[in-house]
Design a protein around this ligand. Structure first.
Ligand code: ISE
Length: 337
C-alpha cells in the first residue's frame, strides 16, 4: 500500500515511523506540509520522493493509495473529504473536524458512496488496558455499569487553546469517544459543565480545567475531569462502577521506584509515552482494515463525538443542561462497538 502523509509535525512523523517500522507491505511515497522544510525532512526519513505544500495535491497523486491526515485540526475535514471524493482510504488524527457540520458532510458523502473510507485516530480504543477493561465489563465483572468516572490530565496542552470549546473538541473528544465505546451507549444529555482557568498564560475565559457531567442512554452517569494543566505528568484513566463492583484502568503501573526521598510508580510525561502501543496498533490495524474495508473507529464515531463536544460547550456557556438530540445512525455504520 502506497501511503501519503499530510502533516509532517509530531503526530504525522509518529504515525509514519510506526507504519514504516511495524506495518507489513507499506511504503510512504509522498509527504505534504505547509512548511516545505518540514515536509522534506519527513520525506527523507521515509524515503518518499514526492513532496507537496498542499495536501490536496498529495491526495490527487496517483502514486498515493491511502492517506494519513495529521495536519492542524482545522484542516482535517477538507483533506478527509478530498480523500473520500477520490475514493482513497484515510486515517485522520482526531478530531475529524473542529465542528460537527463538516464531519456530518463527510458522513453524508460516505453514505452517498456506500463506502466507509475514514478511520479516526481515537487511539484509546487500541490500548491493551482499556481493551481489557471493556472485555471485563462486557463479561459482567462489575454487574450493570451505573457510573463512569474518567480523568484526562495533560502536563500542558499540545497547543494554546483559543476557547473552552476548542479544549472540548481537541482533548475532551477522546473522553466522549471512550465513554461511547466502553458503555456501548450514546450520550443523551450533558447535565452540566463547570470550568476554570489554571494556566495563567491563558485568557481567563479559556478553561483548561473542566468537570463534565453526562447522562448516557440506559441511565448510567458519567463524570469526566478534563485537565490540560496538570503539572506533574500525563494521566488518562477511567473507573467503571457497576452495581456489583468497580474496574479501573489507567493507574500508574510498572516499576516501583524509590528515589529522591520518595517511593512510587512513574507517571508518563505525555500521550506519546502513555499510548505508545496503542498508537502503533491503530495504524498497523488501519492497514489491515483498509484491506477489509472496515475502518474502526469510523467517520460516524468521529462525528458523534463532535456532537457531544458541542453540547458540552453549550452547557458550559449557558449554565444549563444540554440535550444531545438523537440522530438515526445511517445503516452504513454499525452500532458503537
Ligand atoms: C492530544 O492531541 C491528544 O490527542 C492526546 O491524546 C490528548 O490527551 C491531548 O489532550 C490532545 O491535545
Amino acid at each position: 500500500m502506497r501511503v501519503g502523509v499530510v502533516g509532517a509535525g509530531g503526530m504525522g512523523t509518529h504515525h509514519a515511523r510506526n507504519l514504516l517500522e511495524r506495518a507489513q507491505g507499506v511504503r510512504i511515497t509522498a509527504v505534504a506540509d505547509a512548511d516545505p522544510g518540514r515536509a522534506r525532512t519527513l520525506a527523507e526519513l521515509c524515503g518518499a520522493l514526492r513532496v507537496y505544500e498542499d495536501g490536496r495535491e498529495l491526495v490527487a497523486d496517483p502514486h498515493v493509495d491511502a492517506v494519513v491526515v495529521a495536519s492542524p485540526d482545522a484542516t482535517h475535514a477538507d483533506y478527509v473529504l478530498a480523500c473520500v471524493e477520490a475514493g482513497k482510504p484515510v486515517f485522520c488524527e482526531k478530531p475529524l473536524a473542529t465542528r460537527s457540520g463538516p464531519a456530518r458532510a463527510i458522513v453524508e458523502r460516505e453514505v452517498a458512496l456506500g463506502r466507509r473510507l475514514v478511520q479516526v485516530g481515537f487511539q484509546r480504543r487500541y490500548d491493551p488496558e482499556f481493551q481489557a477493561l471493556r472485555r471485563a465489563v462486557l463479561e459482567g465483572a462489575v454487574g450493570r455499569p451505573v457510573l463512569y468516572r474518567a480523568w484526562h490530565r495533560n502536563v500542558r496542552a499540545a497547543y494554546a487553546p483559543q476557547s473552552s470549546a476548542e479544549v472540548l473538541a481537541n482533548a475532551g473528544i477522546h473522553d466522549f469517544d471512550e465513554l461511547r465505546w466502553l458503555s456501548g451507549q450514546e450520550v443523551e444529555v450533558v447535565h452540566g459543565v463547570v470550568g476554570r482557568t489554571v494556566d495563567p498564560s491563558l485568557p481567563e475565559d479559556v478553561f483548561d480545567l473542566q468537570l463534565i457531567h453526562l447522562g448516557l442512554q440506559g441511565g448510567a452517569l458519567a463524570l469526566v475531569e478534563l485537565n490540560l494543566s496538570a503539572a506533574y505528568g500525563y494521566e488518562v484513566g477511567v473507573e467503571v462502577c457497576g452495581d456489583r463492583g468497580s474496574l479501573t484502568a489507567g493507574l500508574p503501573g510498572g516499576l516501583m521506584v524509590r528515589a529522591e526521598g520518595g517511593c512510587g510508580r512513574r507517571v508518563p510525561p505525555d500521550w506519546l509515552h502513555r499510548f505508545e502501543e496503542a498508537y502503533a496498533a491503530e495504524v498497523v490495524g488501519w492497514v489491515d482494515r483498509v484491506k477489509r474495508g472496515d475502518p474502526w473507529p469510523d467517520a460516524w464515531d468521529g462525528y458523534v463525538a463532535l456532537v457531544v463536544a458541542e453540547a458540552c460547550a453549550e452547557a458550559l456557556a449557558t449554565g444549563r443542561p444540554a440535550r444531545v438530540v438523537p440522530e438515526p445512525r445511517p445503516s452504513l455504520y454499525a452500532a458503537v462497538r
